[in-house]
Design a protein around this ligand. Sequence first.
Ligand code: GLU
Length: 336
Amino acid sequence: MDINARNIATPAANAPTMQPASVPVPVVGRFAPSPSGRMHLGNVFSCLCSWLSARSQGGSIVLRIEDLDDRCKRPELAAQLIDDLAWLGLEWDEGPYYQHDRLDLYESALRRLNDADLTYPCFCTRAELHAASAPHASDGTPIYRGACRNLSVEEIARRSVLRAPATRLRVPTVDDLAGDVIEFVDRTYGAQCEALATECGDFLVRRSDGVFAYQLAVVVDDAAMGVTEVVRGCDLLGSTPRQIYLQHLLGLPTPHYAHIPLLMSPDGRRLSKRDRDLDLGELRARFGTPEALLGWLAGQTGIAPDTTSRSAEQLVEHFSWNVIRAHRENITVTAE
Ligand code: GLU
């Protein structure tokens, strides 16, 4: 099937919305890495959980390279990433797809939002947005206070001459009858709830340099690729209500979500790309084989009972969301 042709139309009003209970929907998971640097241990852990979850349910995996941002337009890093996933034995069934090939799809989703009068141009500068007093959403982005929400047509024309605007999506206000609260259950972190108006605010769907926002692209792609289960780092938990809201507006299905706790060092620091010894180049050299690395990681994180060498395939029988849930506050790994 041509995935570019799939699904971003609102389903017809009379289309069946549920599968009969006896027909299980096949599980489709995904890897959606941004090639901004070499994978590090935390990325490996998220990909491993995504892969184990899909495989343990007989599902498949799609690989999508998220390279919309300029700093991710590095074909050599994307190639390295693909090589690293293959080396780890985390095979995928579809892809790799590249977001830079899919701009028409994001454009058409944005057009639908524009046509429904759900967006507006925003001329605010970074400095205005990051004013010291601005309240922040759970992911650290400032909650937009609506300075450009109600500009007149004349004002928009006047400002457009001076500066290219970004595009913002209107979220419902607290008084909106449709309701502004998004609720979902995360497989790791349980029931989640966000009031869009007060905890998120109108958010960007396209930046002023023309780059489509991550939130829009990810929603369009997950639906077009038939993804039923999104497993990713818990730094993206706060983005999920925005993505669910966009799915509602675009008539797209909402997948299951599972966010993976960050890995911490024993001194309580979050492991990051700055810890060079934990990038996959170093880890491949240190462990020698994927089985040695994955077995060690599985033992350290509680997926497996010990750190014996194991392939991804051999870890499937050990995987359970209960283990991830039990460690959701933090998972400490001790680099050897
Ligand atoms: N591309 C994002 C990253 O590498 C992940 C996006 C997602 O999983 O939704 O951090």
